[in-house]
Design a binder for this molecule. Structure first.
Ligand SMILES: *Cc1c(COP(=O)(O)O)cnc(C)c1O
Length: 392
């Protein structure tokens, strides 16, 4: 059938090539809510790959808020925000979010990917320039390409190269775009230095804080962590990670928000998220503010993991965040180690090219992990270390 259908044949060859390079991707079917223990393939596994850093994804307060809103608003929002889909919980969330992160106004998007596309393409065009860290999230890279602006990428956290690029640019409008916390490395962007450059070269500073919001700065995110205030900052938080909900919020000066409302195509031409999601996100912001014990617990687990692997042959990247990457030499090694952990009842995702250059296990920790959970991971890794051969 497919031999005389060259279009399909072509794809099959492509998939077989991925398989050979240990780069083919598969999904597992999860039969439970998110949490430190998760049901997969009829097994219970200890979960070290979610971005549910505070353990809010299955929190009783978020569940109750969503259920209550379903009772009042039903499920579907019925339309885009600009037509008749902007319901009271959406509006309340925008105000609560802006207030929480200390910026004057905010706009909701259906997810972080769409927010990045919408913000960057509505701010930049052919006569403009964007300056982006090499390790930025894929959605930021896609947004930069789609904007048609001159796309300058600088080596990871390299402010000297960035400054040279800014100085040489005669673009009409300039925008520096970075992850505030790098999603696959867990390290932080040097925001004070980036803001100083944005000021010196009159550029916007766009911060994707998908992994900082809820975790850093007493939960208020990277701006609070670094104590930064500036009218040139445009701030993105996604709500599907530490906030345990879904969607994304962009906060900035009211003029910027008004511009996005009128120009960001991914906010205009899409159906609003269900009001129940906005209601759950509102409950999440309250939980993030109230439950400082979750961040304390998370810090303790991070310290425990790093101490537990300190004397091993493993190479754990430098990171103070719940993203703790264990760097490996090959994709094959990453897959084999992930598989061996799986066989011991531990789920840690192998991340490979093209997502990252250096193959790794991306270990993520949650406030809901117990000390025993993290000890189980340390013990299993110690047992598996010899199978990896020479230390990296
Ligand atoms: C997850 C992520 C996104 C995308 O957010 P979604 O809401 O999941 O679409 C954007 N940027 C970064 C850095 C991320 O890690």
């Amino acid at each position: 059938m497919t031999s005389n259908f060259p279009l399909l044949h072509d794809l099959k060859i492509g998939l077989a090539e991925l398989e050979c390079q240990h780069l083919r991707r598969y999904r597992r079917i999860v039969a439970s809510a998110q949490g430190p223990r998760i049901q997969v393939d009829g097994q219970t596994l200890l979960n070290f790959c979610a971005n549910d850093y505070l353990g809010l994804a299955n929190d009783a307060r978020l569940r109750a808020a969503a259920a209550l809103a379903v009772g009042q608003y039903g499920v579907g929002s019925g339309a885009s925000h600009l037509v008749c889909g902007h319901q009271a919980p959406h509006e309340a969330l925008e105000h609560a979010f802006a207030h929480f992160v200390g910026l004057p106004a905010a706009l909701g998007f259906s997810c972080g990917y769409m927010a990045n596309l919408g913000v960057i393409t509505s701010l930049l065009g052919r006569t403009d320039a964007v300056f982006a860290d090499r390790l930025n999230h894929a959605s930021l890279n896609d947004a930069c390409v789609l904007s048609r602006a001159h796309f300058h990428r600088f080596p990871h956290n390299d402010l000297l190269t960035l400054e040279r690029q800014l100085a040489q640019s005669n673009a009409r409008r300039k925008l520096i775009a970075v992850d505030a916390v790098y999603s696959m490395d867990g390290d932080l962007a040097p925001l004070p230095g980036l803001l100083a450059l944005a000021e010196r070269y009159n550029a916007w500073l766009y911060l994707d804080d998908a992994h900082g919001f809820g975790v850093l700065g007493e939960g208020r995110g990277s701006l609070a962590h670094w104590q930064l205030v500036s009218a040139r900052i445009i701030y993105l938080a996604t709500l599907g990670k530490a906030a345990g909900s879904a969607g994304a919020m962009v906060a900035a000066e009211p003029t910027v928000i008004d511009w996005l409302l009128n120009n960001a195509r991914t906010a205009i031409y899409t159906t609003a998220n269900p009001a129940a999601i906005a209601a759950a996100s509102l409950a999440a912001i309250q939980a993030i503010e109230q439950d400082s014990w979750r961040r304390e617990q998370l810090r303790a687990r991070i310290a425990q993991l790093r101490a537990g692997l300190m004397d091993s042959t493993y190479c754990l990247a430098e990171s103070i965040t719940p993203i703790q990457p264990l760097l490996l030499d090959t994709s094959e090694q990453a897959l084999a180690l992930s598989q061996s952990l799986w066989e011991r009842g531990l789920w840690v995702a192998a991340i490979r090219p093209p997502t990252v250059q250096t193959p790794r296990l991306r270990i993520t920790l949650s406030a809901n992990h117990s000390e025993a959970d993290v000890n189980a991971l340390i013990t299993a890794l110690a047992e598996l270390a010899p199978s990896l051969g020479e230390p990296r």
